[in-house]
Design a protein around this ligand. Structure first.
Ligand code: PEP
Ligand code: MG
Length: 574
C-alpha cells in the first residue's frame, strides 16, 4: 500500500531501497518434557553447528566490509560455541530433567552468565558474559526456527528500519549497502542521528511506529531533508524523488567547491567551522569536508567500543592519531562523557530514574578519578603531537571545574617529573550545557580558557524536555528566545574576559540558527563534518553587521520560536 509517514529529519539526502527490519524476534523459551533425550541433543548439536557456519559467514563479510578488528568479536562467539562445558551441562539438564534442548540451553547459559557477571571487578569475565548472551540468541533462534537480523551480513541495497540503533549496530553498517535508516525513537541529537551524519547516510528518527507500519516486502523512499518516508511509492513519486536526489547531488557538488576556502561572511568576517568526531576514523570526513579544526572529539566511544576500560596507551594512540592528522588545526578533546544515554556495561553504573540528571560525565570522572587520571595522562602525553585543547563535560559549578583542573595539573606535574614531554600551550575549557553554568558564565569566564556551548543538552535542560523523547520533541526549540538569551550571555561573558566561545551542539550547523549565531558573535561553530560545507556556503551570503541587527532585534522583540524563524527568514531573504 502506498503511504507516507514523517519523522525528524536527522541526516540529509534521499535514498530508495527495500526495507530491512532490524528487529529482535521473540526468543521466549517454553519448558517441554520429552522422553527422547537423544533427539533433543541432536537438535542442539544441529543448531550449534548451523550457528557456527553462520558466524563464519558473518565474520568473513564483516572482515571485508568493516575491517579485521570489528570482525574479531565473532571469533570469541565461535569459541563459546565450542566450549565442552556448555554442551556437557546442557546435555546433563536434558537427561536429568527430561526437558527440551531450548529450555536446557537457556538454563545453562543463564547460569554461566550469572556466574561471569558475578565477578564484578573482572572486565574479562564481564566480556564473556556478553559473548554468551550474543551467542545464545543465535542458537535459540535456530532452535525456535526464527530469523535473527544480522546487519553485518547485508549484501544488497536496503533501508534499515529499527526501533533504535545502538552504537554497535551502527558500527556494523556497511555504507555500500545500507542506503538510509529510519527509527521509531530518538531525536536529531540522539547518537544514532549523529552517527548517520558522520556516515553520510540519510536518516529519519522519531517516527514513533515505523517498525509496525513497514514490512520486509516494502520498497521505501527516504527523504532525509524533509523527514519523510514514502512506502511503496508510485512511479510519479519515484521520478519526483529522483529529481530531488539529483538536485541535492548538484548542491553538494557546489558546496564541494568550498572545501579549501576560508569560512567568511559576505563582509569578510572569519569564523571557524570545525567538526565533531567520535573516533580517529572520522578524520577522513573532516578533511573531505574542509574542517578548520575539531571542536568536539567525543572520547566516550573509546570506552563504549570496548569491553573494558581503554588503557592509557590505547588512548594515547587514538589522541595522537587525531592530533597528528589535524596538524596545526585545533583539536578540542572532551573528557569522558559516560552516563545519560551512553552506557558502559563494564562500569556497572547503577540504573537510575533520571539518567540524564544523574551520575554522568565529569561527576563520574571526579568520583572515580583513577579513570579520569588515565585519560588526562594520555591526553597530556599526546599534547606534543598537535594543537590540543581539553574540555570538561557537564560542568555545573566552578568547584567542579577547579577540581578537574587541579587533577589535570597534578598529572601534568607527575609526567614532567617522570621526564615526559608535555605541551604547555594546552587550553582548558568547559562545555556549557547545564543552565547553571550558562547563567554564571561571567564567573566561569575568568577561570576557563574557552567555552563550547553544548546545545544538545543545554536545550533539554532549559526546556525540561528529554532530547531522546519524540513525544516532547516540540519543546526541543533551539531558536526559543530563552535559549538565545542564554547563548548571548555565554558569548558576551567569554569576550569580556578575552576568551573565545564556540558551540558543539547540533545547533551550530542548523541553517536557521547560523545567522543568529553569527549575529551573536560566536567564534567557533563545530558540527557534523557533513554540515560544514553547507554552512560555509550559507556564511558567504550573510553580512555580519546585518546579522548582529537580526540577533539584537530577535532577542529584544521575539516572544516565540515562530517569530524568530520568521525574522531570520526575512533577514536572510534580503
Ligand atoms: C551537547 O550536549 O550539546 C553535546 C555536544 O554533547 P553530547 O551530544 O555528546 O551530549
Ligand atoms: Mg552533552
Amino acid at each position: 500500500m502506498n503511504s507516507k509517514l514523517s519523522g525528524i529529519a536527522a541526516s540529509d539526502g534521499i535514498a530508495q531501497a527495500k526495507a530491512y527490519l532490524l528487529i529482535e524476534p521473540d526468543l521466549t523459551v517454553e519448558k517441554k518434557t520429552t522422553s527422547d533425550a537423544d533427539a533433543e541433543k541432536a537438535r542442539l548439536s544441529k543448531a550449534i553447528e548451523e550457528s557456527k557456519e553462520q558466524l563464519a559467514k558473518i565474520r568473513a563479510i564483516a572482515a571485508e566490509s568493516l575491517g579485521e578488528e570489528e570482525a574479531q568479536v565473532f571469533d570469541a562467539h565461535t569459541m563459546v560455541l565450542s566450549d565442552p562445558d556448555l554442551i556437557d551441562q546442557t546435555h546433563a539438564v536434558i537427561d536429568d530433567e527430561k526437558v527440551n534442548a531450548d529450555y536446557a540451553f537457556k538454563q545453562v547459559t543463564d547460569n554461566f552468565i550469572a556466574m561471569f557477571e558475578g565477578m564484578e571487578d573482572n572486565a574479562y569475565m564481564q566480556e564473556r558474559a556478553a559473548d554468551i548472551r550474543d551467542v545464545r540468541k543465535r542458537v535459540l533462534a535456530r532452535l525456535l526456527n526464527v530469523t535473527l537480523p544480522s546487519p553485518a551480513t547485508i549484501d544488497e541495497e536496503v533501508i534499515i528500519i529499527a526501533e533504535d540503533l545502538t552504537p554497535s549496530d551502527t558500527a556494523q553498517l556497511n555504507k555500500k549497502y545500507v542506503k538510509a535508516f529510519v527509527t521509531d525513537i530518538g531525536g536529531r541529537t540522539s547518537h544514532s542521528a549523529i552517527m548517520a551524519r558522520s556516515l553520510e547516510i540519510p536518516a529519519i528518527v522519531g517516527t514513533k511506529n515505523i517498525t509496525e507500519l513497514v514490512s520486509e516486502e516494502d520498497y521505501l523512499i527516504v527523504d532525509g531533508i524533509e523527514g519523510d518516508v514514502i512506502v511503496n511509492p508510485s512511479d510519479d513519486q519515484i521520478s519526483e524523488y529522483d529529481k530531488k536526489a539529483q538536485d541535492f547531488a548538484d548542491l553538494k557538488k557546489e558546496w564541494d567547491q568550498l572545501r579549501d576556502e576560508p569560512s567568511m561572511t559576505k563582509d569578510g568576517k572569519h569564523v571557524e567551522l570545525a567538526a565533531n568526531i567520535g573516533t580517529p576514523k572520522d578524520l577522513e570526513g573532516v578533511n573531505n569536508n574542509g574542517g578548520e579544526g575539531i571542536g568536539l572529539y567525543r572520547t566516550e566511544f573509546l570506552y563504549m567500543d570496548s569491553n573494558e576500560l581503554p588503557t592509557e596507551e590505547d588512548q594515547y594512540e587514538a589522541y595522537k592519531k587525531v592530533l597528528e592528522g589535524m596538524g596545526e588545526r585545533p583539536v578540542v578533546v572532551r573528557t569522558m562523557d559516560i552516563g545519560g544515554d551512553k552506557e558502559l556495561p563494564y562500569l556497572e553504573l547503577p540504573k537510575e530514574m533520571n539518567p540524564f540528571l544523574g551520575y554522568r560525565a565529569i561527576r563520574v570522572s571526579l568520583d572515580q578519578d583513577a579513570i579520569f587520571r588515565t585519560q588526562l595522562r594520555a591526553l597530556l602525553r599526546a599534547s606534543v603531537h598537535g594543537n590540543l585543547r581539553i574540555m570538561f563535560p557537564m560542568i555545573a559549578t566552578l568547584p567542579e571545574f577547579r577540581d578537574a583542573k587541579a587533577i589535570l595539573e597534578e598529572e601534568k606535574a607527575k609526567l614532567i617529573d617522570e621526564g615526559v614531554e608535555v605541551s604547555d600551550a594546552v587550553q582548558v575549557g568547559i562545555m556549557v550545557e547545564i543552565p547553571a553554568a550558562a547563567v554564571l558564565a561571567d564567573q566561569f569566564a575568568k577561570e576557563v580558557d574557552f567555552f563550547s556551548i553544548g546545545t544538545n543538552d543545554l536545550i533539554q535542560y532549559t526546556m525540561a524536555a528529554d532530547r531522546m523523547n519524540e513525544r516532547v520533541s516540540y519543546l526541543y526549540q533551539p531558536y526559543n528566545p530563552s535559549i538565545l538569551r542564554l547563548i548571548k550571555g555565554v558569548i558576551d561573558a567569554a569576550h569580556k574576559e578575552g576568551k573565545w566561545a564556540g558551540m558543539c551542539g547540533e545547533m551550530a550547523g542548523d541553517q536557521i540558527a547560523v545567522p543568529l549565531l553569527v549575529g551573536l558573535g560566536l567564534d567557533e561553530f563545530s558540527m557534523s563534518a557533513t554540515s560544514i560545507l553547507k554552512t560555509r556556503s550559507l556564511l558567504k551570503k550573510l553580512d555580519s553587521n546585518q546579522m548582529k541587527e537580526l540577533a539584537t532585534q530577535a532577542l529584544a522583540d521575539c516572544t516565540t520560536v515562530d517569530e524568530v524563524i520568521e525574522m531570520v527568514n526575512r533577514y536572510t531573504a534580503e
